[in-house]
Structure formats: C-alpha cells, structure tokens
Design a protein around this ligand. Structure first.
Ligand code: COA
Ligand code: MG
Length: 334
C-alpha cells in the first residue's frame, strides 16, 4: 500500500487495487484486495508490480559508472552515498547524485541511498534528496519504527510520489520487521532491500554462497513485505566475476519470493533480469488459467480444472499478476 493508501475514502478503489474498508482519522485502517481479483484491478494497477528485476548500485562519486548506467538494462538505478563512498567524498557525491537525478536515467526508476541517520551526513542527505525528483530514497540501517517516522518527517517537503525504501540489514530490523513493515500504511514506505553484507557483519555470521545463516531472515522479510504490501529486493552477490555463483544466488532469491535483486556490477544485470522475468512456460500456464476462469461455464466458480489440475482463485490472481509483470517488462524493454 505505502503512500498510495493515504487520505482515502471508505469504499474507494485505491490506485494500488486495494479497496478502502474503514477510515480512522482520515487514514485507511483496513483494505480488501479480494474483491478486485476477478476484475483484474490488482494485476493492472498495483504499483508494486513495477518491474524491479535488477536494481544496480553505483557509487554516486563515480561519474564513469553514472554515465555507463544510462546504457545498462537495469530496471532500477540506486545512486549510493553510503557504504561505497569514502567519508571525504560524501558531500561531493551528494551533489553528483542530485545532478545525475536531474539528468535522469531514461525511464529507469531512480533511488538515492542516503547515509545512516546517525552519521554526520544522513540528515543533509535526506533534505537534499527530498528536494530532488528521485523516485525513492533508500535509507540504510533502519532498525525501528522511530527510524521510519524520522525519515517520513525529514521527507515532509518531498514530492508526494517520492517513496521511502528501507534496507533490512540490522538484527534489530529483523526482530521488529512486522511493525516496521506495518508503517507502510501511514508513510511513504513501499520497499525493502536486503543488506546481507551488513547483516553478516553484525551477526558475525559467515556469508557463503548458500547463505545458510540468513535463510530464515530472507523468508521473514518476504513475509513481512507481503503482509503489508511492500515490494522486496534481495541483497547483493559480491562475486561479480563468477556468473554461476551469481545465477544460483539469484535463483535462490526468486525461490524465496523476492521481486528482484540488487546488483553491483553491469555483468550481473542480464542474468538477474533473466531469472526474475516470467518464463515462457509460466506465462503460457498463466494464460491457460485466465482463459479457464473466463469460460462461461466456470462463471462464479472458486475452483476449476486446468490441464488435469485443480486451480483456484488464488492461482488466478497469481496468473494475472504474472501476466501484468510480463506486460510491464515488455513496455519498459530497453
Ligand atoms: N554501475 C555502473 N557501471 C559500473 C559499475 C556499476 N555498479 N561497476 C562497474 N561499472 C563499469 C566500470 O566503470 C567499467 O566501465 P568502462 O567499461 O566504461 O570502463 C565497466 O563497468 C567494467 O568495470 P570493471 O572494471 O569490471 O569493475 P571495476 O573494477 O571498475 O569496479 C566495483 C568493481 C565492485 C568497485 C564496481 O563494480 C562498483 O563500484 N560496484 C558498485 C559498488 C556499490 O555501489 N556498493 C554499494 C552497495 S553494496
Ligand atoms: Mg551496507
């Protein structure tokens, strides 16, 4: 839901495809998506269905990377002011990020990752990004609902469509993630990005290709995102020269339910897009499900038979979502 749900009237069909059921102090307390299943409104309108197969980080201090990013097929560009920028380059990087946002990235979604709220640069970063036309500000080390409130307040003057994205990369964030995700109902919060390198550091865990210590956290973060209607991106794979390791990790992210993956190098974009694009087989199956529910003899049914298998309304919703995602990918093909 995120910012889309604010200031809605009871019964209003939100642009997210949700339907407002009740309103407390002008804020939607409860929405119903189920009624939109059969109309296709969810598949057509939900903003979290924007393709975000690959989200490329680049240091905002690296002019060459910024120029190159405009030629790359990443769905999302994340201009980083945090971990990849040295302390002495922070202010210059902020200016470079603002300039890059002004020039744009040819229709790609653009986020700027600010420094942490507890650093000397965090507050000024948020203020500067709020005055830009970036699609989103990505905030690192989010650990509490107070952090989200703080960011929301810092973005009070930002354009209404600017989204707040949060890194999931501290132990405290994992332990409070349901409450943090629930903030999406009343703030700009609309997306989680896993930060597995920082999680490993804080936990003192080992980051192996299998990612065993992090698997429960990946599942919990996806569950929290889905509970509260956020999009969610998997963390980065540091091994940018090993295509097989990357592909396996991206596949693992797909299996866990992520919408896409954050990447750090141009070589990771095509394989990432391939993993997170609906396959031809999956699309064919989705169209068969939609066609089955559209048949007059199946009108009003909750479960039907397709290719010898039971298919329910929940599969119809999945099928519509998949087709909508494929359509958006085709529309934004570059
Ligand atoms: N975005 C855009 N372009 C990038 C890029 C990125 N993330 N990473 C590399 N490139 C460009 C290089 O500038 C180079 O361009 P050129 O062909 O015009 O010379 C080309 O891709 C090949 O780069 P390569 O030599 O293979 O890598 P490198 O040694 O220059 O850089 C890293 C390796 C890891 C330092 C670099 O990929 C990087 O900075 N990644 C992002 C780091 C980051 O943002 N981290 C924070 C989030 S975890
Ligand atoms: Mg980090």
């Amino acid at each position: 839901m995120g910012f889309m749900a604010r200031a809605s009237r009871i019964g209003e069909v939100l642009s997210s495809g949700d339907i407002a059921l009740s309103s407390l102090d002008g804020q939607v307390a409860l929405t119903l998506r189920a009624m939109a299943y059969r109309t296709g409104a969810v598949a057509d309108m939900n903003p979290i269905d924007r393709p975000r197969r690959s989200a490329l980080y680049l240091p905002a201090s690296n002019a060459k990377a910024i120029a190159k990013a405009r030629t790359l097929p990443a769905d999302v560009i994340i201009l980083d002011l945090e971990d990849s920028v040295a302390p002495e380059a922070k202010v210059e990087a902020r200016e470079a990020a603002l300039e890059a946002v002004r020039e744009g990235f040819g229709g790609r979604e653009v986020a700027v990752r600010a420094n942490g709220l507890d650093t000397p640069w965090g507050a000024d970063d948020l203020l500067a990004i709020a005055g830009s036309s970036a699609d989103a500000v990505l905030v690192p080390k989010v650990s509490s609902i107070e952090d989200i409130r703080h960011c929301e307040a810092a973005l009070s003057a930002a354009p209404p469509q600017m989204q707040l994205w949060a890194m999931v990369e501290t132990c405290a964030c994992i332990l409070r993630i349901d409450a943090i995700a629930a903030m999406s109902a009343t703030t700009r919060l609309s997306l989680f990005a896993m930060g597995v390198n920082d999680l490993a550091k804080e936990m003192r865990a080992r980051l192996t290709p299998e990612r065993t210590p992090f698997l429960p956290f990946l599942s919990i973060a996806v569950a929290a995102a889905r509970t509260h209607g956020l999009a969610i991106l998997d963390g980065v794979c540091n091994e940018f020269q090993d295509a097989a390791v990357f592909r396996d990790e991206a596949q693992q992210g797909l299996l866990f339910g992520f919408d896409g993956k954050t990447v750090i190098h141009p070589a990771q974009i095509d394989p990432c897009n391939a993993v997170f694009s609906p396959s031809a087989d999956a699309l064919q199956a989705a169209h068969a499900i939609i066609a089955a529910f559209d048949m007059p003899e199946n009108a009003g049914k909750g479960a039907v038979r397709v290719d010898g298998k039971m298919v329910e309304l929940l599969h119809l919703e999945q099928a519509r979502r998949l087709v909508a995602v494929a359509q958006r990918i085709a529309e934004t093909a570059r």
